[in-house]
Design a protein around this ligand. Sequence first.
Ligand code: KG4
Ligand code: ZN
Length: 341
Amino acid sequence: MLILSIDTSADDTCAAVLKDNNILTNIQSSQIDFHNEWGGIVPMIARRSHEEKIDIVVNKALKQARLLPTDIDFVAVTYGPGLAIALEVGIKYAKEFSAKYNKRLIAVNHVAGHIYANFAQNSKGKPIVNIKFPLIALVVSGGHTEFVLMKDHLKFEKIGETLDDAAGEAYDKVARMLGFGYPGGPYIEEIAKSGDPKAYKFPRPMEKSGDLNLSFSGLKTAVLYKVQKLETTGDLNKTEIANIAASFQEAVIDILVQKAKKAVEKYQIDQLIVGGGVIANLTLRSRFRKEFKNINFHCPTLPKLYTDNAAMIGIVGYYKALKGDFIEKIENLDRDPVLSL
Ligand code: KG4
Ligand code: ZN
């Protein structure tokens, strides 16, 4: 199966080509420079930029795979969750491509994509990592932080989620408080390297809640108060900024590890996979590897599969195609900004 996949759910214009779930090309055109100026994604800028780039990005994905549009068997496109006016661009393009070349269309949930980034295969069609069902998937991105129980392919049961901010959103907000750009995660990770993670004991909200839900809003507020206090006394220097970043990061990782442990214990499951932009964080991945060394723990094998990309959408597309799950009437496909798993 040759699959063309497209994702325009946020600020990156993404297209990929896969042969089954083996990634041939994975092209991503970032808009970070535009949004950095504003401290976050500006929907109208995102839309315009997607419109300008989508054709170029798709053609690049095909060309680098040495394929023509006619070679493609199916088109997979993200239809939610995400920014409505950004999603529309990818969906419109996918519909036009499907109609023009008479290809079937597959609608993909972006969050499922982050989970399926773990199911990429190598060029010999062998799984890169061996993952069995049932498993627990943790998605930690800019828009989502949730635990999902999967008993089989494409069977998602949400067993816990954040009640307020997503982990990535907390990173972005704290980065902003400390005077860094967008997205905040990479800035915090970098500055935290020179800080002391034990300098400040920030709260771990819902530690004792007994369920698998999470919360990052109280942590974010505690960081804000600390920043304001140090600003008032004139002590918000580089050392303190690094200490705050490291202590904040330590709290986020503690919260995620603690709840992930609770999830595998509660469901007696020895398979844990993680996905989403926040796992680009090396400190977080190392800590997970250490804490879950006795079970089958995996994160995507290629860094390009952590943050938003279209290859992960193509992998979901592959499994949906195996089940014959295609869009019946392509004109009926519409974006769903609040789509849930
Ligand atoms: O999965 P993603 O690319 O987009 C969404 O679906 O939201 O995730 C983006 C999020 C942003 O909040 C960003 O700050 C965070 O992932 N992120 C990181 C790192 N790289 C990206 N967070 C922590 N450490 C990083 N190195
Ligand atoms: Zn994402």
